[in-house]
Design a protein around this ligand. Structure first.
Ligand SMILES: Nc1nc2c([nH]c(=O)n2[C@@H]2O[C@H](COP(=O)(O)OP(=O)(O)OP(=O)(O)O)[C@@H](O)[C@H]2O)c(=O)[nH]1
Length: 311
């Protein structure tokens, strides 16, 4: 293993997170001409957050006022092993200026960046930038199938963009017809649907992906072949397994006490933050969440919140 280089990298977001900034490395630097997220190496004694604030003042002439810790990626270059701590930046003071970069490009989240080449460590993280703050889990078993479909329709006409069809207790044919209707109404509004733990059903209804339970995750030897694959995790080992399998995101919980797992006490926010601190995957906080907890969750390193009752 080569030298380990700790780097803080900034995903600057505008238009409510729908666009992010890429910057082109200038002549004279390693990997000149490659596109990257602004940022740079930690200086001795600096935390990643301190390095981030300093680098953005030096490189872009801005003062960061809100930075959420996001994912951590490791990448081995010929010159070093790089540990990249990404932050999502949604507020800053000053106008962005190219003080050290050759060029800037604002890119729509979830679309091809339109500039190339990217630094090789960065490609895989672009997919995560397409993920929304809220991941809604269905509860038709409790609310009724028709009521749940009407509720989902309204939510997708609003801001809901990511749904998991759970409802594992419905009779199989009812679940299949419910799942098909969820996919149809979600796709009509540009939202994505993952099916909990049933690959055949996910294929049958044309879902965007599969959501694995922690038990299924433990038995997987490779990533299932879907555009999107997520997993439910409750521990460090499960998060590590989801990352090893190169899944797209995880949910971790229960964070707070929740009616669906009355026997579980909840990890609490502090433990949640410690567990996700070095995760290479975006992680949603699940269990006892409400929509307005997305910001406290993001302050603790989450992608956002998973919601069964609150969406
Ligand atoms: N800033 C930044 N560096 C990245 C990204 N992705 C990635 O692999 N890296 C790697 O992380 C390291 C960061 O180095 P840097 O050259 O930006 O650091 P720096 O601003 O402190 O510059 P300096 O070394 O010239 O003082 C490089 O090896 C770079 O290839 C990224 O998105 N942003």
């Amino acid at each position: 293993m080569g030298k380990i280089v700790e780097v803080a990298a900034a995903v600057l977001l505008r238009r409510g997170g729908r666009e992010f900034l890429l910057a082109q490395r200038p002549e004279g630097k390693v990997c000149a001409g490659f596109w990257e997220f602004p940022g740079g190496k930690l200086e001795p004694g600096e935390t990643a957050r301190q390095a981030l604030v300093r680098e953005l003042e030096e490189e872009l002439g801005i003062h960061v006022t809100r930075a959420w810790p996001w994912i951590t990626k490791r990448y081995t270059y010929p010159h070093a092993d790089v540990h990249l701590k990404f932050f999502r930046i949604t507020a800053w003071e000053g106008d962005i200026r190219p003080l050290e970069h050759a060029a800037f490009q604002w890119v729509a989240a979830g679309e091809e960046p339109g500039v190339a080449p990217l630094l090789p460590a960065n490609g895989p993280i672009l997919k995560g930038l397409a993920l929304p703050d809220h991941y809604a889990l269905t509860l038709a078993e409790e609310r009724g199938v028709e009521a749940e479909l009407a509720r989902l329709e309204r939510a997708c006409q609003g801001t809901l963009r990511l749904i998991q069809v759970r409802d594992k207790g419905l009779p199989p044919e009812v679940r299949a017809s419910f799942a098909q209707k969820v996919v149809d109404l979600a796709h009509a509004q540009g939202a994505k649907v993952l099916i909990n733990d049933d690959e055949a059903l996910a294929r049958l209804v044309g879902a965007d992906g599969l959501h694995c339970t922690s038990t299924t995750l433990a038995g997987l030897s490779a990533r299932p072949d879907f555009p999107w694959v997520a997993a439910s995790c409750h521990s460090e080992a499960e998060l590590a397994r989801a990352a090893e399998l190169d899944l797209d995101f995880a949910v971790l919980g229960p964070v707070l006490p929740t009616p669906s797992h009355p026997q579980a006490e909840g990890l609490g926010w502090e433990r949640f933050a410690a567990l996700v601190q070095d995760s290479p995957l975006p992680v949603y906080a699940l269990g006892g969440m409400r929509p307005d907890m997305a910001i406290p969750a993001k302050e603790r390193g989450a992608q956002g919140v998973g919601l069964m009752r609150g969406w």
